[in-house]
Design a protein around this ligand. Structure first.
Ligand SMILES: Nc1ncnc2c1ncn2[C@@H]1O[C@H](COP(=O)(O)OP(=O)(O)O)[C@@H](O)[C@H]1O
Ligand SMILES: [Mg+2]
Length: 596
């Protein structure tokens, strides 16, 4: 991964910005000299005999000292205007470069996260991804902005001021030879102490965002368990950790400015002491001494700028590393190996076959979540999948649209390995209502059209009817235009499930997977949904995961799972005879729900 990719499109800004700053630096270096001329030749005229020829010539052009001073001042004003233009240009192009850079990086990070497989997403926390996308990119943006303004300015000012100081009085520059190394040592020490503290600070921001993200997304659960105190405490801890990390970093960084001032004062005093003697003995003019002091200030200031640059550099590097992790993450589920022909292949029928499939979520763990799964489902069949929670039902169906890939064995659709379909066509052909499903903010209509962007109003209604959602949607005063809150918060659990089913139906999938998707729907409505499926989805392969026997007893085949293994396959009647577990589930439910 190369950062240059983000610099290239804005290269002119990256170059013009620093160049503008050079104009400012030149002005800054010239100003003290102008001032010295005014002091030495405009205010006190006694040094004129020893003045350089150019000054004598310039002075001669004017009738008196006032004219000379005005001329120099005009030069100063022009320089000041140029400096201002340079400064504006530098800031403008610097911002343009850094803001564009950051926008492109953000776009790429976001796009990359969209390609992540479920396994990739499991690896980073959502909070951390958000911090990386926002705060870390901003850190880099700030650094680039600063870099473009300082990279030529700081060294330029240091060198320019050094040269000018040396030209003014070589002997006096010796003072710098003593104080500069001392200051460098002190600044270096501060930066070295500060570096790691900024890294820690970034981690604490991560933790804080994760906490905020989790508790605000799940604020309803927090409230229903009256756990606001606990959440406040959790946030308080994260917040105070961040505060401590911030203070610890700052406690070092605040030393920079006082240290600078101290050295600046010491150096100025030394210069005035030695320089004063030179003025007294006539080997240096007052104006030159004033200019010299200004140059010393400039040299030390530029040292401080370089130090600050190092500090920001270290923060930006920490952030760059974290962004790189996201961009460099190996997306483990890909389809870029396909031939042109394979890319266009769609699911035609909906036959499914599992051959010796094994799967683990954690590749270094021995415990397999799915163990040697063998399974054949023919197109158009209705298959029930039942078993205790945690036995691997969701995991098993997740492998069909390649939300995860198996560790070994293969999954075939219409006789072809799922790897031989493009992810787009595979997932278009497999409609899946996830167990933890969500709707998005927007109208009901918008949400249903996720299934099919071009669906007509009649098609929307038909899908909703099949999912037994039409009745309650039509009862809303805005009907299909009713706005859903974030995550579909203003419909009930069972209504949400039915909208999710309607959304999946609109895809007209060849394979439809309902993962416990009617758990919050009453049994009568559920039966109506099943009945509608018989007519509207007669060709579609339907896999229905459920807790209730009544949800699966009419299926063509029922698969019983336990602890990652299939323990029985057959019709309801067959399983009642042969499968102990199935019988147990049946009796446990039918004691309570007689006559269902
Ligand atoms: N994203 C995940 N990362 C790690 N382990 C998981 C993940 N999802 C499920 N598991 C584990 O895999 C096992 C099977 O889970 P799952 O397929 O969801 O069961 P079911 O749907 O039958 O209730 C469980 O032990 C669960 O803890
Ligand atoms: Mg499940």
């Amino acid at each position: 991964m190369k950062w240059s990719k983000y610099v290239k499109p804005y290269l002119p800004y990256f170059i013009i910005g620093p160049l503008c700053m050079i104009v400012e630096v030149i002005g800054e270096v010239l100003m003290p000299k102008f001032l010295a001329l005014i002091v030495d030749y405009g205010i006190s005229e006694n040094g004129m005999e020893n003045a350089p020829a150019a000054i004598k010539w310039l002075y001669g052009l004017f009738p008196n000292a006032n004219g000379f001073v005005l001329a120099i001042m005009t030069g100063m004003i022009l320089t000041a205007i140029l400096m201002m233009l340079g400064g504006i240009g530098g800031a403008y192009f610097g911002s343009k470069a850094s803001v564009n850079f950051a926008a492109d990086v953000r776009a790429d990070v976001y796009r990359k996260v969209q390609t992540y497989s479920f396994a990739n997403i499991d690896k980073f926390s959502t909070g951390s991804l958000v911090t990386r996308l926002t705060n870390d990119v901003t850190q880099m943006q700030n650094f680039i902005n600063m870099l473009l303004r300082m990279c030529l300015r700081a060294p330029g000012m240091m060198i320019g001021a050094l040269i000018m100081a040396f030209l003014l009085n070589p002997r006096l520059t010796v003072v710098l030879a003593v104080t500069m190394p001392l200051l460098l040592i002190v600044l270096g020490f501060i930066v070295k102490k500060g570096f790691p503290r900024f890294g820690i600070m970034q981690e604490k921001i991560d933790a804080l965002n994760s906490t905020v993200q989790e508790s605000i997304t799940n604020v309803r659960v927090v409230k229903s368990f009256v756990r606001e105190d606990r959440e406040n405490k959790k946030f308080g801890t994260a917040n105070s950790n961040l505060k401590k990390a911030g203070l610890s970093a700052m406690s070092v960084m605040i030393l920079i400015s006082p240290a600078m001032n101290f050295f600046m004062n010491i150096t100025t005093m030394a210069v005035v002491w030695f320089g004063g003697n030179m003025v007294a003995s006539g080997s240096m003019s007052v104006g030159d001494l004033i200019a010299f002091v200004t140059y010393i200030t400039q040299i030390l200031m530029s040292l401080m700028m370089v130090t600050m640059m190092f500090v920001m550099f270290s923060r930006a590097m920490a952030s760059a590393g974290r962004i790189k992790e996201v961009l460099g993450e190996d997306v483990d589920i890909k389809d870029d190996h396909l031939s042109e022909e394979q890319k266009n292949a769609t699911i035609e029928k909906g036959d499914i076959e599992f051959r010796n499939v094994n799967f683990r979520y954690y590749k270094n763990s021995h415990d397999e979540v799915l163990k040697d799964i063998n399974l054949k489902i023919s197109a158009g069949a209705t298959v029930g999948l039942i078993g205790p929670t945690g036995c691997g039902k969701t995991t098993l169906v997740s492998l069909i649209p390649r939300l995860y890939d198996p560790d070994s064995g293969e999954i075939l659709i219409d006789g072809k390995n799922v790897h031989e379909y493009s992810l787009y066509h595979l997932r278009e052909g497999v409609g899946m209502v996830l167990q933890k499903n969500v709707l998005f903010s927007g109208s009901i209509e918008d949400n249903l059209r996720w299934g099919d962007q071009n669906a007509t109003d009649e098609q929307l209604k038909a899908a909703a009817e099949a999912a037994q959602a039409d009745k309650f949607v039509s009862a809303f005063s805005d009907g299909y235009k009713t706005d859903l809150g974030q995550g579909g918060s203003n419909v009930s659990g069972g209504q949400k499930q039915r909208l999710c089913i309607a959304r999946a139906l609109l895809k007209k999938p060849k394979i439809l997977i309902l993962d416990d998707s009617t758990s919050a729907v009453d049994t009568a409505t559920e039966a109506a949904i099943r009945k509608a499926f018989k007519t509207t989805l007669s060709d579609t392969t339907k896999i229905i995961i459920a807790q209730r026997i009544s949800s699966v007893r009419n299926a063509d085949t029922v698969i019983v799972m336990d602890d990652g293994k299939i323990t029985g396959i057959g019709t309801h009647d067959e399983l009642m005879k042969t499968n102990e577990e199935y019988r147990e589930i049946y009796y446990s439910q039918n004691d309570k729900k007689e006559g269902e």
